[in-house]
Each structure stands twice: as structure tokens, then as C-alpha cells.
Design a protein around this ligand. Structure first.
Ligand code: MG
Length: 291
């Protein structure tokens, strides 16, 4: 189209000097149009096939050329750094993405932000909750136990990562201290101990990388339980383990229906546990539209 317009315009020019100048300009324009067309065509044409078998359970051919390509994400430069599509819940400065809910009345977060980039539980102020709600997520969170070691078992540096405000990955000082196995650091509390105990000393930073699949309900009925995969300081401690239900003490956990998305919470268990570098990614599944 652009090519034909340019050629028609060229044929309407009569003056020789003007004609020469326009010829050069039009040649450049035509070359640019041609390059742009070729670039657009090369971007559309994706390698692959459409005459191969359909993959079982999918709507795509093997090597399907029409299958959407995963969107690009820039990873963090160092392990644990948020990638480009993460929601950063704490970047070292403020707790504006968090709140607390004493007596069912939402208030700004009262946990303490400390200057060198972490925040700390203010004992007996209540759990900390995100203002936003989430379903399936990949979560990165770092935590540190008090160096002033006090108490034993569940009284020693207790906190917790409460997915959907109810499914707890235990946070505890389990370094050279015993508690019941399904209550130590990294446990799906009251359900499954971690596969191993890779905890560091109190005062050192620990990291959880969690893949959480939210439960699904149909009205009051559970149609799919929640699952958690957890890396503790880079070591696998749960591999897509089924969660039995809401965290509970001295009872068998069970599910109570709730929303498809709920806040992420951090537990106030009366100990000044510290957190930093908290981010998550919503998990949206395969074959998302290309951006
Ligand atoms: Mg706890």
C-alpha cells in the first residue's frame, strides 16, 4: 500500500531538480517501508508446526507454531532478588502494603521498620496482613531469629508465614533446640515436618521460597486441597505437599471455605522475629497471552 502511494506520488512530479531530490527521498522511504514490512513478517512467523499431533490434554500441536510464547521476565541479579514481575511487599523502607486487624478493625501496620532494611514483630500487637489478597503464589521471604535466645520449644522465636491468613509455614528458632517435629521451622505446622532442617544460627538471615497452590471450593465443598512446595535456605523441605487444612494447635487440621484470594499474614506469637526482602508473584498458569 505504502509502496503504491509512493510510486503514484513520484509520477506526479514534473520539475527535474525537484524530481531528483524527491527520487532520493522516496527511495529511502521505500527502503524503510520494505524493511518495516519484512520485520513485521519475521516477528509474526514463528518456527514450529501445525501438522503434528495434538498434545494429550492440551489444545496445542507438538511444537505448535501458534502457541503463545512465555512473556519475558528479568530475573534479579542475585539469588533472592525480586524478578521484574514480582509484587514487592517490603523493599526495606515501609510497611505501606501491610496492615493489622485488631478486633476486626483494620489499622496501619504497627510492626517496627528498622533503618537497615528489615521489620520486626512487635509482640502482642497482632498478626501482620497484606492489604492485597492472593491465591496461587510464588513467595520469597527472609527472616531472622533474635540473637538474645530465650525460651525453648514453641516459645523460642516463634512466628509464621500464614498463606491465605491460615496455612502456616512455621518460623521458629530450631537451631540446636527441640520441639515437636511438625512444629519446627519449615514445618507445615501440625501436619508435616520439613524433610531436613537446614536452619542457620539465630541472627543470621534465613530464606523461604514457597510455591503455594490455593485450595478450591465449590460453595461449602472442598474440590481441591492446597499444596505447598518449600525451599528453606535453598534446600527442598516440602515437594508439592498437600495441606490438610487451616493451622490449628493440638487438633487435626480441616478446611473451612474461604475466598479464592486472601491476605498473606505473618504471625505474632509474642517474639521479636525480623523479616526482610518480601516479594511474591501471582501464578497464572501456562499459555498466557503475550504482552
Ligand atoms: Mg508459628
Amino acid at each position: 500500500m505504502l509502496y503504491s502511494i509512493a510510486m503514484n506520488f513520484r509520477h506526479t512530479i514534473c520539475f527535474p531538480s525537484a524530481r531528483l531530490c524527491l527520487d532520493v527521498c522516496l527511495d529511502v522511504c521505500l527502503a524503510l517501508c520494505l524493511a518495516a514490512t519484512l520485520l513485521a513478517q519475521s516477528k509474526k512467523a514463528s518456527p514450529g508446526y501445525t501438522d503434528t499431533p495434538i498434545l494429550p490434554g492440551q489444545r496445542w500441536h507438538v511444537h505448535d507454531s501458534n502457541r503463545p510464547h512465555p512473556n519475558p521476565v528479568t530475573p534479579g541479579k542475585i539469588l533472592g532478588e525480586a524478578p521484574s514481575d514480582a509484587i514487592v511487599l517490603f523493599d526495606g523502607h515501609d510497611l505501606s502494603r501491610w496492615m493489622q486487624n485488631p478486633g476486626g478493625k483494620p489499622v496501619d501496620a504497627r510492626w517496627k521498620v528498622v533503618e537497615n532494611g528489615y521489620f520486626e514483630c512487635v509482640p502482642r500487637s497482632g498478626d501482620l496482613l497484606t492489604r492485597d489478597k492472593f491465591g496461587d503464589v510464588q513467595l520469597h521471604i527472609e527472616w531472622s531469629e533474635p540473637t538474645d535466645v530465650k525460651g525453648t520449644s514453641q516459645e523460642r522465636g516463634n512466628s509464621g508465614v500464614l498463606l491465605m491468613d491460615r496455612y502456616e509455614i512455621q518460623v521458629l528458632d530450631s537451631y540446636n533446640d527441640l520441639t515437636y517435629a511438625d512444629g519446627q521451622a519449615g514445618a507445615l505446622y501440625g501436619q508435616w515436618p520439613p524433610l531436613v532442617n537446614p536452619i542457620r544460627k539465630p541472627g543470621e538471615w534465613q530464606a523461604y521460597d514457597i510455591v503455594f497452590e490455593a485450595p478450591k471450593f465449590d460453595g461449602e465443598k472442598l474440590v481441591r486441597p492446597a499444596f505447598a512446595t518449600v525451599f528453606f535456605n535453598g534446600v527442598l523441605v516440602h515437594h508439592r505437599k498437600e495441606i490438610l487444612g487451616t493451622m490449628v494447635h493440638r487438633q487435626v487440621a480441616r478446611y473451612t471455605p474461604h475466598g479464592a484470594e486472601e491476605p498473606l499474614a505473618l504471625q505474632d506469637h509474642g517474639n521479636p522475629v525480623r523479616y526482610r526482602n518480601v516479594w511474591l508473584r501471582r501464578l497464572n498458569g501456562y499459555d498466557q497471552p503475550e504482552r
